[in-house]
Design a protein around this ligand. Structure first.
Ligand code: PLP
Length: 380
């Protein structure tokens, strides 16, 4: 079976892990954690990074650092991995779903602006969502497929309403936006190093961005300890990445350029293979912004698009692991009652998508096998 997206682990990772064992630094204190934070922060154009046990924890702590809590609303697209919304729930707040743009699959700044204009009132207590009476506390754009959202436009709306921005950049490491490093586009930006991301630490995440806020987030992730032993100034969390995870992350970081090139090569090969098929449109890669080409796949067009699950079953029989993409969060039981704007792009798009094998270790021969299998299934 040719897998969908698996880690690419080798000798460099093994050597770093061996060092953890020899030096006996395996927990949340260790040189690899601080080194990994420094590497990722520098690449992101920020002074500091705070490494966490997962991307979800990173998003949760970023929201906490900004003071998002019980009774608040956070604007987020429904077209995302459920972790974005879960981080909002973990902080005690509720997601408010706004649609994406068809052009890039990221939060649509015009829909965002309309939602705030039409559904909220500005008071001394902040921006209040009239239907629920809740305070709108932050905006969380998601960098779908590793493509930054239209952050110039979203930043302008955020400033107009005085709202902070936490970017879910889970799969966007290594990307720049109009020549700028992506850690500078939002108040806080969060990466994931889960096993299916471009680089992995086994499991992990990282918060980068405004120095005061990253410091605050790091304080929260390390049990809010102050000064000497066993002094804690608030309810903190035990959410710091371990040295073992960071050892893998550091070795992977040094291979980032190789992996990003592989992701682009894989996307280009699929695009070339399927460009002539008018039943299909290709995954977006807006030319005015960077992208990490995190995932590759196809979008089925037309009034009666292919049933993606059936295609995936047939491909599996041919030895190819293909999968649908994110089922929108507003369709998931825990979020059915969350406030939502018109989500017609999300509703139309999600069931048309099939993701295809795109591990950085995928060989050209394997990819040719995938392409032939897809052609065979589509012709049947
Ligand atoms: C992977 C991912 C996350 C969650 O990261 P974890 O490290 O798995 O907690 C959040 N948002 C998006 C968009 C993701 O793709």
């Amino acid at each position: 079976m040719i897998p969908l997206a698996i880690p690419n682990i080798g000798q460099a990772e093994a050597a770093n892990l061996q060092r953890c064992v020899e030096e006996n630094f395996v927990s949340t204190v260790g040189a690899f954690v601080t080194d990994f934070e420094a590497k990722v922060a520098k690449l992101s154009g920020t002074a500091l990074g705070a490494a966490t046990g997962s991307g979800t924890q990173g998003l949760h702590m970023a929201l906490r650092a900004l003071g998002v809590g019980h009774g608040d609303l956070v604007v987020v697209p429904s077209f995302t991995f459920i972790a974005s919304a879960n981080s909002i729930s973990h902080s005690g707040a509720t997601p408010w779903f706004v649609d994406i743009s068809r052009h890039d699959w990221t939060l649509d700044p015009e829909r965002l602006s309309e939602a705030l204009r039409d559904k909220t009132t500005r008071t001394g207590d902040g921006v209040i969502h009239r239907a629920t009476g809740k305070r709108v506390a932050a905006i969380m754009p998601v960098y779908t497929l590793g493509t930054p959202a239209d952050m110039d436009a979203i930043g302008a709306v955020a400033r107009e309403y005085g709202l902070p921005v936490v970017a879910d950049a889970a799969a966007a490491i290594g990307v720049t936006y109009k020549g700028r490093p992506i850690g500078q586009l939002a108040d806080l930006t969060v990466y994931s190093f889960n096993g299916n991301k471009t680089i992995t630490s086994g499991g992990g995440g990282m918060i980068v961005g405004r120095e005061d806020l990253v410091k605050r987030a790091r304080h929260l992730t390390t049990t809010a300890r102050v000064g000497r032993d066993y002094d804690h100034d608030e309810v903190g969390f035990n959410y710091r990445m371990t040295n073992i995870e960071a050892a893998v992350g550091c070795a992977q970081f040094d291979r980032l350029d190789e992996f990003l090139a592989a992701k682009k090569r894989i996307r280009d090969a699929y695009d070339t293979a399927f460009a002539g098929n008018n039943e299909i449109s290709l995954f977006p890669a807006p030319s005015e912004r960077g992208t990490a080409y995190w995932f590759s796949g196809l979008v089925f067009e037309g009034p009666e698009p292919r049933v993606v699950n059936t295609l995936c079953d047939r491909l599996k029989e041919l030895g190819v692991e293909a999968r649908p993409f994110w089922k929108p969060v507003h369709r998931q039981p825990p979020y059915r009652d969350a406030p939502a704007e018109d989500l017609s792009v999300t509703e139309d798009l999600w069931s048309r998508i099939i993701t295809l094998p795109c591990s950085t270790s995928l060989t050209p021969e394997q990819q040719a096998t995938v392409i032939a299998a897809v052609r065979q299934v589509l012709a049947a």
